[in-house]
Design a binder for this molecule. Structure first.
Ligand SMILES: C[S@@+](CC[C@H](N)C(=O)[O-])C[C@H]1O[C@@H](n2cnc3c(N)ncnc32)[C@H](O)[C@@H]1O
Length: 316
């Protein structure tokens, strides 16, 4: 069922078939996305993303006394989380897995460029092909909302962790946060499209052919995004898998209200019109809002934030 990594968008027939088969949808969508994924999400392996990955990890799991030896990542994509956590000195040896062969290929290429000790494998997170007690740490970032059976994935994670091993899953959409972000993105899309229909701004719009391609991908996005989470319900799912010491953490409130419209503007306009100054403006503004959000956490309910992270460990 593998599609060509990062090359062709899915055809209308494939999209049709994928409506009935969510795993096929994941493979088609993410294989296609793999070639441009790092650019689309501004993923890099430098101080900016290393700080982001380390902060998300330690906000929920704390700073470990020493690096984790053997780490497994599920739904690793192009390696954003594992490779940046390795650069941050939190992981010694990483195994990156994903259901998309295209993603694993890009993740290994990124690891190779960085000179990191990483293995890669195509793996469905609901059926991990590893013996019991194989890893000290299992991580995931923005992945479990794609899994039809989240409970099975946590049972598998618990099985492959050694006694006392830890799981850290970050960057999952909350129910409320996701609803607000979607609404803001769709308003931004309508406003940007209306503005770029005005004669003086027409050359700012991304060409129709590229937009057609993104809307076909967007059709599949509706099939691959399966869940949003309430932090307490997520914690209960993790506990039901037999894991202990469960803790959740949420982040990004105003930062998400800003970040999702920014990404929408970037999708609607041509690359050349935006450029470096726009990216610096977007990044600096996001950092400021993220700081504000941390202060607001004293008064805002956790479930209103956009991202939820969860951690727990095995006790056998
Ligand atoms: C939103 S991307 C996140 C990628 C990466 N973790 C990151 O944060 O950049 C979700 C990833 O989950 C993968 N995925 C979806 N369903 C999966 C499954 N059942 N098992 C393993 N990976 C899966 C996709 O192929 C995709 O690479």
């Amino acid at each position: 069922m593998a599609a060509e990594p990062g090359r062709e968008p899915a055809t209308a027939e494939q999209v049709e078939a994928a409506w009935q088969d969510t795993k096929l949808a994941q493979v088609l969508y993410h294989d296609w996305e793999s070639g441009s994924y790092d650019e689309k999400w501004s993923i890099s392996f430098d101080q900016r993303c290393t700080d982001y990955a380390r902060d998300r990890f330690t906000a929920v799991a704390g700073v470990p006394p020493r690096p984790y030896g053997r780490s497994l990542e599920i739904g690793a994509g192009t390696g954003f989380f594992t490779l940046n956590l390795m650069l941050a000195g939190l992981i010694e040896h990483g195994t990156v897995t994903d259901i998309s062969a295209g993603m694993v290929e890009v993740a290994l290429a990124n690891a190779g460029r960085l000179g990191l000790d990483v293995e890669g494998q195509v793996v469905d997170a609901e059926r991990l092909p590893f013996p019991d007690d194989s890893f000290d740490l299992v991580v995931g970032h923005a992945v479990i909302h794609h899994l039809p059976d989240v409970a099975s994935a946590f049972a598998e994670i618990a099985r492959v962790l050694r006694p006392g091993g830890r799981v850290v899953i970050c960057g999952e959409p909350t129910r409320v946060g996701h609803r607000v972000a979607r609404r803001l993105s769709s308003l931004t899309w309508s406003a940007t499209r209306a503005l770029t229909r005005l004669r003086p701004l027409r050359s700012w719009a991304r060409p129709e052919a590229e937009l057609d391609e993104s809307s076909r991908a967007a059709a599949l996005e509706a099939v691959v995004d399966l869940h949003t989470f309430d932090p307490d319900e997520l914690a209960a799912t993790v506990r039901a898998a037999g894991l202990v010491g469960v803790r959740t953490h949420t982040d990004e409130l105003t930062a998400a209200w800003f970040g999702w419209p920014v990404r929408t503007v970037e999708a609607a306009l041509t690359e050349e019109r935006l450029g470096f100054r726009w990216r610096m403006f977007a990044y600096r503004s996001w950092l400021t809002l993220d700081r504000v959000d941390r202060r607001l956490s004293a008064v805002v309910p956790p479930g209103w934030y956009y991202n939820v992270s969860v951690t727990a460990f095995t006790h056998r």
